[in-house]
Design a protein around this ligand. Structure first.
Ligand SMILES: [Zn+2]
Length: 367
């Protein structure tokens, strides 16, 4: 079978513990959407099974590693492991009040011990600047450094979040008041989310910025100084109809851009390859090679994964993804033309090579 081999794709942001949930409409404010997702979490689904199925279908469609947020005390991680999908599971910490956040951190560190393999495939995820108490965020950063657990956090996802940090008002103020769990800070910090997490040490520690949708020039300078990674989720961006993401400018100043699907709660489908095809169609200004770089190398950088499996060195156990059917003029195509073909909608994933095992869409696998 003829095909074009590319490095395995990295889905740098997912929520396998929300697998199988219906999309939550974006009507109303972003905090209202968060409230509906909270209800989904409490719906009593078998999370290990659902997460494993979603991880399996990602693995069959070109993805060799996932940056997954696990808010289910390790259930999502167990599902990912059952499906033998590599990457990193970030155990999530939410706690608006100081003591609630500290208790959650302690509980997450116990889960880290129970799950094992900490530095290789686990990490920590303080949820977002509005949902983790200001005193505990630096404590989470330190805990990650001490245990060798990389960080990833939802940051600068919406203008409402920026407003809440700057002024303490807007939809997030109403939302937090309505859930009655106090406030994440004594008084509004009066700074934008990127500077806020920078002060907590998150950028210096190499923490990945999930979303980074609401960035000004100063934010981009800060991210460049720390050589940060920003994970852009195009499907979720469309779901909330947000203004165009500044990924081109981020790439231009040396910030690593990676791509993620986010969860079924804010995306039509959790399929990174289709999402990249949609991104290429919606954003003709984004070079196809940048999409390829972000979906492979950029994802590995964001997740702090070794480059080894993507390099196909002699003697290594390589990961990869084969696309087809081959274009007729393949021999004469340069890398730009090949990348542009990959996301044109004409190519699809024929099979994925995952540590030497071949997986096909639909489920067949062979050594
Ligand atoms: Zn997310």
């Amino acid at each position: 079978m003829d095909g074009v081999l590319i490095p395995g794709l990295v889905n740098a942001h997912s929520h396998l513990d929300l697998a199988g949930s219906p999309a939550v409409p974006s009507r109303g404010s972003f905090p209202e959407w968060l409230r509906s997702v909270g209800a989904l979490r409490a719906s009593g689904r078998n999370i290990v099974d659902a997460a494993s199925q979603e991880a399996q279908s990602l693995a069959q469609c070109g993805v060799v590693a996932v940056g997954d947020i696990d808010g289910s005390q390790g259930e999502g991680t167990r599902g990912r492991r059952l499906a033998k999908l590599g990457g990193r599971s970030y155990l999530e910490i939410i706690g608006v009040e100081r003591e609630a956040a500290r208790q959650r951190l302690a509980s997450v560190m116990r889960t880290v011990d129970t799950l094992g393999c900490a530095g290789h495939e686990l990490g920590l995820s303080p949820h977002a600047p509005y949902s983790v108490h200001e005193d505990v965020l630096p404590e989470i950063v330190r805990a990650g450094e001490v245990r060798g657990l990389p960080l990833a956090m939802h940051i600068a996802e919406s203008a409402d979040e920026t407003r809440y940090l700057m002024h303490g008002d807007g939809p997030f103020a109403g939302f937090l008041e309505s859930i009655g769990q106090g406030k994440p800070f004594a008084r509004p910090p009066g700074i934008r989310p990127i500077e806020y997490v920078e002060r907590a040490g998150l950028l210096a520690s190499g923490g990945a910025v999930i979303h980074g949708n609401d960035l000004d020039d100063d934010d981009i300078d800060r991210l460049a100084r720390h050589q940060s990674s920003v994970v852009y989720c195009h499907g979720t961006h469309r779901h909330f109809d947000r203004p165009p993401h500044r990924l081109l400018e981020l790439d231009g100043v040396g910030v690593d851009v990676a791509f993620g699907t986010d969860s079924a709660a804010s995306n039509q489908e959790v399929d990174l390859f289709s999402e990249l095809v949609r991104l290429a169609a919606d954003r003709p200004d984004v070079p196809p090679l940048l999409i390829l770089k972000g979906a492979t190398h950029g994802g590995r950088r964001a997740l702090k994964l070794p480059e080894g499996p993507a390099t196909w060195a002699v003697g290594s156990v390589a990961d990869g993804c084969v696309l087809g059917p081959c274009p007729e003029d393949l021999e004469s195509m340069g890398s730009d033309a090949l990348a542009s073909w990959a996301w044109s909608g004409e190519a699809s994933v024929l099979f994925t090579v995952h540590a030497g095992v071949v997986l096909e869409p639909g489920g067949a696998s062979s050594e």
